[in-house]
Design a protein around this ligand. Structure first.
Ligand code: CTP
Length: 418
């Protein structure tokens, strides 16, 4: 998602550096526009380094790019933090004296203000009228948090915590995508004449004839990918482990249960596929012993201990076989990552992409997403060929369309149709 992050001239500007980090770690492209006053609190260098993009607040920089029109127009979301009394007033009265206020007038998507100021300024009738005006126009203005302010005073006026602003911003972006017409967004690419094999759902690893170890994968993202690939004209082979939803009509369906069954089906399907997408949640372990009969409880005996053994890594094996001459498929993996002390989401994902050796890795940002319930709808697509990372957010259909678009582009580049 493209985000414009407007920064107002308040001391809380320093906290917005953390907010920017949350956006970029979630894979969003952020253009920061600080007001001149904001740069007296946090300098342009900080915003440029953290966003990876040039930063200006002048309508007279890079005039040929027409930034005062383009930035607002292209942004999927505009967030202003801290929104000072001055910025709220300018936005409410439609002023356009600098790049940020111009951008707000050009906004094409949702706009969120996170105010921060002293309590008296927040409660002043002028500010409250401006907030009402903005809200009546569909702009989201968060309530400031209460607590210690810059001086000795305390009360409502603190900038909400960066995580709270991030959550509100993601929810707003998601809600605005949901408002769009329901039809699944079609991928822009053509996969006519291509065969795409997609694994989906969660494997079940048998313990005995009635019990298994499973996972919570619903198969919805895999089904959305299949629908997007069909819409792009591909022949779709759908390797379905356990799913909560029906596979889309029109696929060649192969039902599997365990990781070993999926391995067999995937290796077979890969031979004459142009693309293999491993969207299934494959159990990394299975019970070492599978009882032929139902395991019974026996009074006086200890409960059984389940020993697990490793399942083969199907994705890795697909890559190895392909590299050893087993066909010419483009291979796509999925990964769920969290940031930790060893690295952020993207660093872990880049290491996984290298380990797995696949062409594209679609990374779900669980660390941020799970907290805010958006994990399935915000991904980053990493390329093993060194192409730039790309993010996609929205419904599963939106994400699927973005992945299939990217697959189409990579396919044309790596294995042009003959
Ligand atoms: N995968 C696979 N075979 C396995 C396990 C996973 O093919 N035995 C595939 C999945 O379909 C997915 C990718 O590998 O495309 C996920 O990789 P995995 O190593 O399982 O990553 P995570 O589940 O994200 O986590 P972790 O690194 O902790 O294992």
């Amino acid at each position: 998602m493209r985000i414009v992050l407007g920064v107002g001239g308040g001391i809380a500007a320093y906290k917005v550096a953390s907010l920017l980090r949350l956006f970029t770690e979630a894979g969003h492209k952020v253009s920061v526009i600080p007001t001149d006053a904001a740069t007296r609190f946090v300098g342009v260098a900080t915003w440029e380094a953290l966003s990876g993009n040039p930063v200006s607040n002048s309508v007279f920089d890079d005039v040929e790019k027409v930034n005062h029109v383009r930035l607002g127009h292209e942004a999927d979301l505009i967030v202003v933090a801290p929104a000072t009394a001055d910025l709220l007033a300018k936005a409410a009265t439609g002023q356009a004296g600098d790049l940020l206020t111009n951008t707000l007038l050009m906004a094409n998507g949702p706009v969120l203000f996170a105010p921060a100021m002293h309590t008296e300024m927040w409660q002043h009738a002028a500010t409250q009228t401006n907030v009402e005006t903005l809200r009546s126009r569909g702009v989201t203005v968060l309530e400031p948090a209460s607590g210690r302010l810059t001086g000795a005073d305390s009360g409502p006026g603190r900038l909400p915590e960066p995580e709270a602003i991030f959550a509100a911003a993601m929810a707003l972006a998601e809600a605005s995508t949901d408002d769009e017409p329901d039809a699944a967004p079609a991928a822009h690419t053509s996969l006519a004449g291509r065969t795409v094999s997609i694994s989906a759902g969660g494997t079940r690893e048998a313990l005995d004839p009635v019990r298994f170890l499973g996972n919570r994968s619903s198969g919805k993202q895999g089904a959305a990918l299949a629908a997007a690939a069909l819409a792009a004209g591909a022949t779709v082979r759908f390797l379905a482990a356990h799913m909560d939803v029906q596979p889309p009509a029109g696929v060649e369906l192969v039902r599997v249960e365990s990781a070993l069954e999926l391995r067999e089906a995937a290796l077979k399907a890969a031979v004459d596929s142009d693309v293999v997408i491993m969207a299934a949640a494959v159990a990394d372990f299975r019970p070492a012993e599978v009882s032929d009969t139902k395991i019974k409880k026996v009074d006086g005996e200890d409960a059984p201990v389940v020993r697990l053994i490793r399942n083969p890594d199907i994705l890795h094996e697909l890559v190895e076989r392909r590299n050893a001459g087993g066909g010419q498929q483009l291979i796509v993996g999925f990964a769920a990552e969290t940031g930790d002390a060893q690295g952020d989401v993207l660093e872990h994902a880049a290491a996984k992409l290298k380990r797995k050796g696949c062409d594209l890795l679609v990374v779900n940002q669980v660390g941020i997403g799970r907290v805010f319930g958006l994990d399935e709808n915000s991904v980053v697509i990493l390329s093993g060929h060194g192409a730039a990372a790309e993010s996609a957010a929205g419904s599963k259909a939106d994400v699927a369309a973005a992945v299939i678009d990217r697959v189409g582009a990579e396919l044309t580049r790596v294995f042009p149709a003959t």
